[in-house]
Design a protein around this ligand. Structure first.
Ligand SMILES: [Zn+2]
Length: 177
């Protein structure tokens, strides 16, 4: 599959900006050493939660990598740079239309990242964790549960955060729950 080649400037033009001020909502993540071959961006969301975007743009040349290293990766991390949705990691290929897909993916991750650590709607002092289902019935579908608080055990609260992804074509209406 053919992949688009783009410069850091072209990539950054796609990343979100503040609606009124036009200021970039992203920063280049400072890095040194062996990660030189990839420009990494971050978008702060709330608290220490942020979205990381690995662009596949070489820091030295400022141009995206050749096919073979063709994906842009997006994931959400906490202050310790630990992914907060478990092993969920989303990527998009650099085939045509990557800019539209990247924005959609950033919006999705932003929405989920906003929920991380929120007050549990059921027991209040408890805190919410966000995870991604990998079950056969609900693949790649995010949900939140209660993780309790220092003073209180988890209350068992559970809620899906997105509509179900339609299962493979052909299953149609009345598919398995
Ligand atoms: Zn709770």
């Amino acid at each position: 599959m053919a992949v688009d080649t783009f410069t850091a400037t072209q990539f950054e033009a796609v990343l979100p900006r503040h609606k009124e001020t036009g200021e970039p909502l992203w920063q280049i993540q400072s890095q040194s050493g062996p990660q030189d071959r990839e420009l990494v961006y971050q978008i702060p969301v709330q608290g220490s939660v942020r979205i990381i975007i690995r662009s596949s743009i070489n820091r030295q040349t400022g141009i995206s990598a050749d096919a073979g290293e063709d994906s842009i990766r997006v994931y959400v991390v906490d202050a310790m740079s630990k992914p907060v949705f478990g092993k969920f990691q989303a990527y998009i290929t650099r085939a045509k239309g990557w800019d539209v897909r990247l924005l959609a993916m950033l919006k999705r991750n932003y929405k989920l990242a906003m929920m991380v650590g929120a007050q549990c709607p059921n027991c209040k002092p408890g805190r919410v964790v966000v995870r991604i289902s990998r079950s056969e019935a609900n693949p790649n579908r995010p949900f939140m549960t209660c993780s309790g608080s220092p003073d209180q055990l988890a209350c068992g609260f559970f809620q899906w955060l997105e509509e179900p992804v339609l299962a493979a074509k052909g299953q149609g209406k009345g598919g398995k729950k």
